[in-house]
Design a protein around this ligand. Structure first.
Ligand SMILES: Nc1ncnc2c1ncn2[C@@H]1O[C@H](COP(=O)(O)OP(=O)(O)OP(=O)(O)O)[C@@H](O)[C@H]1O
Ligand SMILES: [Mg+2]
Length: 439
């Protein structure tokens, strides 16, 4: 790795490269076309950023184009790449749909970016209008590739690829594979090197996958409200239908729960604002659809709620992959009735996810085994005070262990203002003084 990049690597407190970062480095730096599959949160963004930066000459025109499926993800990736590229004087620009087109075009002309990161629709639009020129392109990165190489977007991605020079290196990344990805060499007519480190990667933290019973929409909304009142709870809440999302959002608002929505129809500035607030812990629940399922890196996100359950394993992997990143503990709460849970278990039968029933009592999230046990025993021994006391102790211990998942997430430390420190000093002085007076 370049010296400046290595220094920043140490500064960031990174200890070593993750499995995917080690695996793809040489092949990408050598210009080979690569498919990289690695779990959610395992550092794929930097896995392509570091080796590809070695191929860029600052000021030589657009040399890297990265495609992302959502505006948020394009902005996030541009931000991450910029952090490292700027150390080498390399410029990064984002090209997302939803942003002002005229300003984007102006910035392309005047800013002379070396790397652009965008969403397929906007990128193709700019190419068709000849505002974006890729004659110097060296690498096209297709992140979340199984998603982008599906349905209508596949045609858009292929159109974009047709605008690139014949020798362009391609790089596909995702946490899940697909038929299209396996056939990338046929679709794009190139030799492809495959790296799948899903088994070797160790970056994932311990994540509890729970089932929380709620049958009707009203019950689900009530559960969300109760979840939001448990200690340190913050979550991305996934919906499959926009209508249900809006219904729930208005119920939560009415109940005074700190929440916001992130959806396709909002303006980009609004979407950015909501994401910023959520990252800063100013919002407890962010209600969204699968637009936010992929790639979003929200450090230390304690929980993901599936308000409506996903219909495919891939969807489950990506949605739940927003929590438990880089060794952090996580919690997934699947809401539904017995019928929903049966379907979910069937869907996940070939995976390693272990689903456990949960209940909420007294602002505490508990697994049902503990609850059932408690009831059985207290009924049987209701006259024995001694055993009841013992039971309470045990119950407390179980709740504590389950709660550890959420407890490990602490609120971000507020920046202490100078004034406060000064006040604290005064308060301490007063306290000491009154203590002395009491002596
Ligand atoms: N070598 C490393 N050591 C420690 N942390 C790292 C390392 N590389 C990346 N990270 C951190 O890991 C987190 C997840 O990275 P990233 O978003 O690239 O994951 P991903 O594999 O793309 O996940 P997804 O499949 O969800 O898109 C980021 O916060 C990043 O800063
Ligand atoms: Mg990613």
């Amino acid at each position: 790795m370049d010296e400046k990049l290595q220094a920043h690597f140490d500064e960031r407190g990174f200890k070593k490269q993750t499995a995917i970062q080690e695996a793809v480095y040489d092949a990408l730096a050598a210009g080979k076309t690569v498919v990289g599959i690695a779990p959610t949160g395992s550092g794929k963004t930097l896995a392509f950023t570091w080796p590809l930066l070695t191929r860029v000459m600052a000021g030589d025109g657009i040399q890297i184009l990265v495609l992302e499926p959502s505006q948020e993800l394009a902005l996030q990736t541009a931000h991450v790449m910029r952090e490292w590229a700027s150390l080498l004087g390399i410029k990064v620009q984002s090209l997302t749909g939803g942003a002002n087109l005229r300003r984007q075009v102006e910035r392309l002309k005047k800013g002379h970016p070396d790397i652009v990161v965008g969403t397929p629709g906007r990128v193709l639009h700019l190419l068709d209008n000849r505002n974006l020129k890729l004659k110097n392109l060296k690498t096209l990165v297709i992140d979340e590739a199984d998603d982008l190489l599906r349905d209508d977007t596949q045609a858009v991605v292929e159109d974009i690829e047709r605008h690139t020079p014949l020798s362009t290196q391609l790089a596909f990344f995702s946490a899940t594979s697909s038929k299209q990805l396996e056939q990338a060499s046929v679709i794009f007519g190139r030799d492809v090197v495959y790296f799948d480190v899903r088994k070797q990667d160790q970056s994932r933290g311990p994540v509890k996958h729970g089932l929380l019973y709620a049958r009707t929409m009203a019950q689900k909304a009530q559960m969300l409200e109760r979840l939001s009142k448990t200690k340190n709870f913050r979550a991305l809440v996934f919906f499959s239908s926009i209508k249900t999302l809006h219904y729930t959002a208005s119920r939560l608002k009415h109940a005074g729960v700190s929440s916001a929505t992130l959806g396709g129809r909002q303006r980009q500035t609004e979407r950015e604002k909501v994401m910023r607030q959520f990252r800063k812990h100013q919002i407890k629940l962010l209600l969204t659809t699968d637009v936010a399922a992929r790639g979003l890196d929200i450090p230390k996100l304690p929980a993901v709620v599936n308000y409506e359950l996903p219909q495919t394993v891939e969807e489950y992997v990506h949605r739940t992959g927003r929590t438990g990143r880089q060794g952090e503990p996580g919690l997934v709460v699947n809401l539904g009735d017995d019928h929903d849970f049966r379907d979910l278990k069937k869907l996940l039968k070939d995976t390693e996810y272990h689903l456990e029933k949960l209940t909420i009592d007294n602002r505490q999230l508990t697994d049902e085994k503990a609850g059932a046990n408690e009831q059985g025993e207290t009924v049987r021994h209701e006259n024995s005070r001694h055993i009841q006391k013992d039971q309470r102790k045990r119950d407390h211990a179980i709740q504590k262990s389950i709660h550890r998942t959420l407890d490990t997430f602490t609120k971000p430390k507020k920046k202490k203002r100078h004034k406060q420190r000064k006040n604290k000093g005064i308060r301490l002085k007063h306290r000491r003084k009154s203590q002395n007076e009491n002596k």
